[in-house]
Design a protein around this ligand. Structure first.
Ligand code: ADE
Length: 285
């Protein structure tokens, strides 16, 4: 550990709620196996607060360590973590940056409220931003951060839908097994994750390829399977199946885009490109 990381270790980030007397939780924005995410205000500013179901005493060590590390993340395409605290019931709260246009998943599949039309160049801009954000996480020192759960649910939009920000990154290691049981997550898992639960930067690259396909094809991954139960999808991934490249069509540079997506899905993780290379490819697309 470097001098710098020692300094951040000493910064107290677990504070009693009374140290943030003006934190006010509002409506629930989303729920998962871990807990719920609330809209909230802190010192008059909009923030989002993730509140874990389990009590602080049981699970805080992992979260505290992770949030302390992740609070150093400073990138325009990643949701910033402001800090964590414990509420009156002993539950852990993680306070973070708020993104006001909802998730990419909502944009793609939620037909409720009025959203800007799908524009190809905007979609590519989002994917370029996503690639830059993941590349930043992978380059963190002293250890790289692997997201482990890239999917449109975890990608938030803001700035009038012009900016994409990665949320829920570094899915706290201790919670990883819980997360993988989530329905819908199966579709984004790399084959080596399915077969041996080995997460590396290159498993994020695989997931990135699925999201890129999904955004460009505007279809759900593995929509073509009759049986879309998670176990059935996991089986297909395990035997090397992936979404249909030909569903990406009608784009000026469709050949290049298919080539980029296919490179993310190479079975041997070492042969997949780095996120840095993908970000520079997408800058030119
Ligand atoms: N949903 C989950 N996290 C969020 C955040 N940080 N901002 C807005 N909506 C969210």
């Amino acid at each position: 550990y470097t001098q710098e990381s020692k300094a951040t270790e000493e910064k107290p980030i677990f504070k009693a709620l009374k140290e943030y007397p003006d934190l006010k939780l509002g409506e629930v924005m989303g729920q998962g196996s871990f807990g719920a995410v609330y809209k909230a205000t802190l010192r008059g500013a909009q923030v989002a607060v993730k509140r874990y179901f389990f009590n602080n005493t049981q699970g805080n060590q992992g979260i505290e360590r992770e949030v302390r590390y992740l609070s150093r993340v400073n990138h325009e395409n990643i949701i910033k973590l402001y800090g964590t605290m414990v509420d009156e019931e002993g539950k852990t709260l993680v306070v973070m940056e708020y993104a006001d246009c909802g998730s990419l998943h909502n944009y793609l599949y939620d037909n409720g409220e009025q959203k800007p039309n799908y524009i190809y160049t905007l979609a590519l801009k989002w994917m370029h931003q996503l690639a830059k954000g993941i590349a930043y996480l992978h380059a963190m020192k002293p250890r790289s951060v692997i997201h482990r759960d890239l999917k449109p649910h975890n990608l938030l939009l803001t700035n009038g839908y012009r900016t994409l920000k990665i949320a829920d990154f570094g899915t706290v290691t201790e919670l990883a097994t819980v997360m993988t049981s989530n329905v819908g997550t199966a579709s984004y898992m790399a084959p080596e994750v399915v077969c041996s639960k080995v997460y590396t930067e290159k498993s994020d690259v695989f997931s990135f390829g699925i999201v890129l396909w999904e955004v460009l094809a505007r279809k759900r991954p593995f929509y073509h399977l009759q049986n879309r139960e998670p176990f059935a999808i996991l089986y297909q991934i395990g035997i090397g199946k992936h979404p249909i490249l030909e569903d990406v069509k009608n784009y000026p540079n469709v050949k290049l885009l298919r080539y980029v997506i296919r490179s993310c899905w190479i079975i041997e993780p070492k042969e997949r490109p780095t996120m840095e290379l993908l970000a520079s490819c997408l800058a030119d697309c």
